[in-house]
Each structure stands twice: as structure tokens, then as C-alpha cells.
Design a protein around this ligand. Structure first.
Ligand code: GLC
Ligand code: CA
Length: 550
């Protein structure tokens, strides 16, 4: 753990999501590794990230990119050794960067020794570590998540002749959390990695730990109770470390994972994510305003994680059928772009690499309540490859330069774990860290500047409350963030056309407005409505200064 500092550090932090495999290859075998990641820490620092979230790096047959763990106490040899991992964490800490890692509690790989033992015979001591049944109709109210590849949550085990339960791929048997040994073992896994220096975990698939007949087997009280026990242990033994929940649920169910600030510190704002894209497609601020109101308030010592994209498909499970149709129509024109109930594309291609829209979306998630979580490569507008299977098209090698293999690896191109992006509209020869760093007007440099500005205003943006302002034009979204004496006014035009609005700011009569990025001073606020004219897809962040504050 990075020592010192505020226990609420995560409320002011920017997060960076990284798959070790995709970032940088230090030993020329075509696969990214911990030493490579360590070599690129200065870059991660240069884009102002405060915390790295590592995707699973444990031993795994990689049938679900590492979310199928065969040994919880080891590192996949391709990625390096435990010493490499520890060196990476301490080098990150030396730069003031924290590190959290994926923790996969719900299921293991069918190659895990625990499962191999459990299936070996019905009276094996590990048998009860998994969920078995003779009847595949048990828990029949439970939805299937990977609908493109699974037809049931039960899979037949020909060895011991019973069905086992799995919420994801059939090669990922669910652990049985009713068994106290399982609960204890996972506490040990948590301690093991926190002892190696981690600052917390992104907890995978949290809603699904327990099963009960007659329910959806999601968000059960027993599941919340177990996370509260984990939290208690962390507060006692590893204060300052955090738990971030992946709970892709409707707002009320998602909010419940904060508990009474005795469960998760953070939780991804899954409800907001698709609605940002819906608001953009519909040129209407309402979906954003509405969902933010539904996801607030939350306990003070907790925060949302705000994201636009991640390593999975853009999930559309928790939207209405109409909203999903709209999303597919707008953002997944080719059938290949869809996966399960979602869209397997990266951010830049989703919006046709429109610089205005990309800035707008980033300015949004950097200023709404919560901490922004960025997906590696989105800061260089990386493209995707929908011809690669599963979600691999959004996990291609990071693009460092216009050298061979985008500077990711010196291996032969055929040896790379995945091809690099060469589509002409997103070619790595233009979209890479080196070229974009040298171009002052690049998106990457804009991103760096915005993160600096966000840090300068980290209290009001990280911890402030939000108040939406009435706008006469539905395509204009306006809100004020407030923290103690600090105030920031944020205005966005979500429309494809220019727009204007008159905001009632009369309670701030006499106050000054200063554009945050340039420091340009705007006309003072008066009695009359404040007038904004805005080009298409544009934004303003305005510092509000009290009259005596100049
Ligand atoms: C989570 C992960 C996803 C994985 C699934 C099963 O949703 O984000 O990548 O496939 O869990 O572990
Ligand atoms: Ca390597």
C-alpha cells in the first residue's frame, strides 16, 4: 500500500485500466509483461493517472482472458515473476501511483485444482466448494449473462455425473459461498496480494456470489453480508486500501453496494454509462440528468467510478428494450459489432473518431460526480478490430510509436498475442503515444491538459455536490458543482447543431465566471438570465468566483 495521504484518496483520483498483456513487451516474446509495464510507468505518470487497475494476471488457461483463474497464488509466467510484480508495485508507489487489481471471487477456471478435486468424486472434501445439482431446472429464474455462448447456467460434469453451476462460461464453475472454507480461502487470497503491496481490488462480478431458490440469485443479502465482512477485515488490517465493485445493475441495486459506508468504497456507475451515449444520440440531456438523480445521494466516504469504455463489450443489460434498440441502431451498425447484450467497440470508433464528441464525452466524465476511470489506449483514440473473437478486438497492443508492432514489441509480428490496429482511419502509425505527444494539438495532449485542470480543481470536481440548471434547449446540459466555497459551472451542448441557452444564475448576481482551461474571464453574472451560445458538441467548465474573491 502507498503509505500516507488521505483515506479518501480515491475520491480525487483518476484511474487507468490496464491489461498487462497488452501494454508493453519487455522480452520480445510478443506478450506484454510486468517488466514492460514498469518501463512505461513514467508514461502513466505523464498522463496524470493516480491509480492503475490491473486486469487479472494470475495463472490461467486464458479462456476468458484471465478471468478464469487456475491458481490464485501465482502469476501467469508470460507476465513475469512475483518479484517482477513486486518491483512494479513499488516503482508505481515511488511515483505516487497506486495499484489495484482484479479479484475474481465468483468463479474459478475448471483447470483450478480446487475444481479438479471437487469433480473427482462426490465425496471429495472439495466437493462442496462448488454448486452441484441433479436437476438443471434448479434456480430457473436466473438470467444467462453470456447469451451468445451459453444456453444454461448449469453444465454437466461427466466425471461425477452431476450438474455444476456457472454464471459465466461453462469452463468457469461458481464457488459455493455457503461453504465457510471458501469464504475463508478468499480472505486469504485478499491478504496474500495486499501483503504484496496492492492498494485494493476491483472486485469482479460481485452480485452473484450466493444462490437462493425463487430469486434472481443476484444482490442477495448474503452476498452483501460477505462483502461487509471483507470490508471489516480490510479496515482492520489494511486501512487505506479500497474495494471497487463491478455490479452491473439497475440504480437502486447498484447503490446498495455502498452499504452504510461499510461495504464498497467505490462502484462503477454502470447505470450512467449507456445513458451518456443515449443522450448523445438523442441530443437530449434528460437521460443523464435523470440517471444522475437516481444514483445520488450516496454515503460521503464512497464514490462512483465513471467510465465510458472498458475491456468488455459496452453492456446494455440494464436499459429498456427501446434504449437498447437505439444503441444498436446508432452505434453497432454491423452485426459483428454486437456481443451478448452489448457492443464490442472502443470509444473512438463508437463516435466515428469525432474529436468534438471525444472531448465532450471526456469533459463529461471528468466533471460529473465520481472518479473517472480511463481504459488504456482511449487517450490516443485507439481503434478496434471487430474481426477478432470475443472481446479481443478492444484489447489489442498499446500503440507507442510508428515502429514495427506499434513499438509494443520487438518480436516478429506473427508472434504478437494479437495483431495491432492497421485500419487506415485508426492506423497505429498516426495514433500512437510518440507521434501524438509531439503534436501540440493532439487529443493526447488535450487529455493531459484536462487532467491537470481536473487536478487543480480536484476538490470541487472530486467531492462537490451537483445541482442541475434548467435549460430551455434540451440538447444543453448544465450543472453547478459545489464544495465548501468552491463552485464550478459546467455546460455541454450534446447536439449535432449549435445551440443556445439562458441559465438562471440570478442568485449569483455580481459573481465572475472564468473559463477553467484558459482562465479567460467572461462577463459577470447579473440579474438577467446568463446567455450561452455553443457550437455543436462543445463544453464549458467555468470557475465561479464570488465578487470579493478577485
Ligand atoms: C466480468 C469481467 C469480464 C469477465 C466476466 C467473467 O464481467 O469484466 O471480462 O468475462 O466478469 O469473469
Ligand atoms: Ca513479454
Amino acid at each position: 500500500m502507498l503509505s500516507g495521504g488521505d483515506e479518501l484518496w480515491f475520491r480525487d483520483a483518476s484511474f487507468y485500466e490496464v491489461p498487462v498483456r497488452s501494454f508493453f513487451d519487455s522480452n520480445d516474446d510478443g506478450i506484454g509483461d510486468f517488466n514492460g509495464l514498469t518501463m512505461k510507468l513514467d508514461y502513466i505518470k505523464s498522463i496524470g493517472m493516480d491509480c492503475i487497475w490491473l486486469l487479472p494476471f494470475y495463472k490461467s488457461p486464458l479462456k476468458d482472458d484471465g478471468y478464469d483463474i487456475s491458481d490464485y497464488y501465482s502469476i501467469l509466467p508470460d507476465y513475469g515473476t512475483v518479484e517482477d510484480f513486486e518491483r512494479f508495485v513499488s516503482e508505481a508507489h515511488a511515483r505516487g501511483i497506486r495499484v489495484i487489481a482484479d479479484l475474481v471471487l465468483n468463479h474459478v477456471s475448471d483447470q483450478n485444482e480446487w475444481f479438479k478435486e471437487a469433480r473427482s468424486s462426490r465425496d471429495n472434501p472439495k466437493r462442496d466448494w462448488f454448486v452441484w445439482s441433479d436437476d438443471p431446472d434448479k434456480y430457473k429464474d436466473v438470467r444467462i449473462i453470456f447469451i451468445d455462448s451459453e444456453t444454461s447456467n448449469w453444465a454437466w460434469d461427466p466425471v461425477s455425473k452431476q450438474y455444476y453451476w456457472h454464471r459465466f462460461y461453462s469452463h468457469q464453475p461458481d464457488l459455493n459461498y455457503d461453504n465457510p472454507e471458501v469464504r475463508e480461502e478468499m480472505m486469504n487470497v485478499i491478504r496474500y496480494w495486499l501483503d504484496k503491496g496492492l492498494d485494493g481490488f476491483r472486485c469482479d462480478a460481485v452480485p452473484y456470489l450466493f444462490e437462493r431458490e425463487g430469486t434472481s440469485c443476484e444482490n442477495l443479502p448474503e452476498t452483501h453480508q460477505y462483502f461487509k465482512e471483507i470490508r471489516k477485515m480490510i479496515d482492520r488490517e489494511y486501512p487505506g486500501c479500497i474495494l471497487l465493485a463491478e455490479a452491473n445493475q439497475w440504480p437502486a441495486d447498484a447503490k446498495a453496494y455502498f452499504g452504510n459506508q461499510d461495504e464498497f468504497h467505490m462502484n462503477f456507475n454502470f447505470p450512467l454509462m449507456p445513458r451518456v451515449f443515449i443522450a448523445l444520440a438523442e441530443e437530449d440531456a434528460f437521460p443523464i440528468v435523470n440517471i444522475i438523480k437516481q444514483t445520488l445521494p450516496i454515503p460521503e466516504k464512497c464514490d462512483w467510478g465513471l467510465f465510458l469504455r472498458n475491456h468488455d463489450e459496452l453492456t446494455l443489460e440494464m436499459v429498456t428494450d427501446e434504449e437498447r434498440d437505439l444503441m444498436f441502431r446508432e452505434y453497432a451498425k454491423l452485426p459483428k459489432m454486437r456481443l451478448n447484450l452489448g457492443i464490442r467497440r472502443r470509444l473512438a470508433p463508437l463516435v466515428d473518431n469525432d474529436r468534438y464528441v471525444l472531448e465532450l464525452l471526456h469533459a463529461l466524465i471528468m466533471s460529473l460526480p465520481g472518479s473517472p476511470i480511463f481504459y488504456y489506449g482511449d487517450e490516443i483514440n485507439m481503434g478496434d478490430n471487430v474481426y477478432l473473437g470475443d472481446r479481443n478486438g478492444v484489447r489489442t497492443p498499446m500503440q507507442w510509436s510508428y515502429d514495427r508492432n506499434a513499438g509494443f514489441s520487438r518480436a516478429d509480428s506473427e508472434a504478437l498475442f494479437s495483431p495491432v490496429i492497421t485500419n487506415p482511419n485508426y492506423h497505429y502509425e498516426s495514433f500512437n503515444v510518440d507521434s501524438m505527444s509531439r503534436l501540440p494539438t493532439s487529443f493526447l495532449n488535450w487529455f493531459r491538459r484536462m487532467i491537470v485542470v481536473r487536478k487543480q480543481n480536484s476538490q470541487v470536481l472530486g467531492r462537490g455536490s451537483i445541482r442541475f440548471l434548467k435549460s430551455e434547449d434540451k440538447q444543453i446540459l448544465a450543472y453547478i458543482r459545489e464544495y465548501q466555497e468552491q463552485r464550478m459551472l459546467c455546460v455541454f451542448n450534446l447536439g449535432r447543431k449549435p445551440g443556445f441557452t439562458r441559465l438562471d444564475l440570478s442568485e449569483f448576481n455580481g459573481w465572475h465566471l472564468r473559463e477553467t482551461i484558459s482562465s479567460v474571464r467572461f462577463p459577470d453574472i447579473g440579474e438577467l438570465p446568463y446567455f450561452f451560445t455553443m457550437p455543436r458538441h462543445s463544453y464549458f467548465w467555468m470557475i465561479m468566483e464570488a465578487p470579493n474573491g478577485t
